[in-house]
Design a protein around this ligand. Structure first.
Ligand SMILES: *Cc1c(COP(=O)(O)O)cnc(C)c1O
Length: 234
């Protein structure tokens, strides 16, 4: 994709966020735009960085580490948003500032133990299987309170909030339902842990960003609408 197009797309998404916030009486300052850069080469991330983008989300560890290496001099905040297996936790704990996809205690314990002492605690969102899909990542809502109870005690982690990837729906009213539910689950966690500042709802992608913001999203994860359709064959 041309450099000009990426910059235009970034600006366009930024304008959509402002418009959407105006429509739902929120401040754009409450929303962090996470540019989801999986499958995009390092040079594409550099273009977005030069246009002011600072938060980047990656799904595949090896691919992400290579890009981090090539962009080491840039002041990027790296978010890991993909499925996370045990054998990948050490590198994630060492090389990312955020993980959005924690859905098991074992993974959380490893991330905490492997987080280097020299770094601040790793920011964590618990991923919720909000539509109850079989064979989908995420913890079921019924088990969330118990997982959170264990995770808040891990010294290497800082529990920040919740993340979800709902089923794709076209109708905005339908899109809002799982987001309202995730926001409700975060409220319940806040009541459970009044001492923990739980400030993050990571929800909303290219096709449902507006619905997510209307329901309280604080991080929107946008790939396609910034970088174009992904080509997984390269
Ligand atoms: C790929 C991905 C996104 C971005 O999706 P788009 O529809 O391209 O905006 C957001 N979140 C997660 C977890 C992803 O894997």
């Amino acid at each position: 994709m041309r450099k000009e197009t990426i910059v235009e797309n970034l600006n366009g998404v930024g304008e959509r966020i402002v418009t959407c916030c105006n429509n739902c009486a929120r401040s754009p300052a409450e929303i962090t735009l996470l540019a989801v850069s999986k499958t995009q080469p390092a040079e594409v991330l550099r273009i977005a960085y030069e246009a002011g983008q600072r938060h980047f989300g990656e799904n595949y560890l090896q691919e992400a580490l290579q890009k981090q290496d090539r962009l080491a001099e840039l002041d990027i905040c790296w978010h890991f948003i993909g499925p996370l297996q045990s054998n990948k936790t050490r590198a994630v704990a060492e090389h990312f500032q955020w993980v959005h996809s924690v859905d098991r205690l074992k993974i959380a314990q490893r991330l905490s133990r492997q987080r280097p002492d020299a770094l601040p605690p790793l920011n964590i969102c618990l991923q919720v299987n909000i539509d109850g899909e079989q064979s989908k990542s995420g913890i079921v809502p019924e088990a969330l309170a118990a997982l959170a109870q264990s995770v808040v005690q891990l010294p290497g982690l800082r529990l920040r909030g919740l993340m979800a990837i709902p089923v794709a729906r076209r109708d905005p009213a339908q899109q809002r339902r799982p987001f309202v539910e995730l926001a409700r689950l975060l409220q319940a966690l806040r009541a459970q842990f009044p001492q923990t500042p739980l400030d993050t709802l990571s929800m909303g992608m290219s096709a449902d960003m507006e619905a997510a913001i209307a329901c309280g999203a604080t991080i929107v994860r946008i790939g396609t609408d910034i970088f174009g359709a992904r080509n997984y064959s390269v």
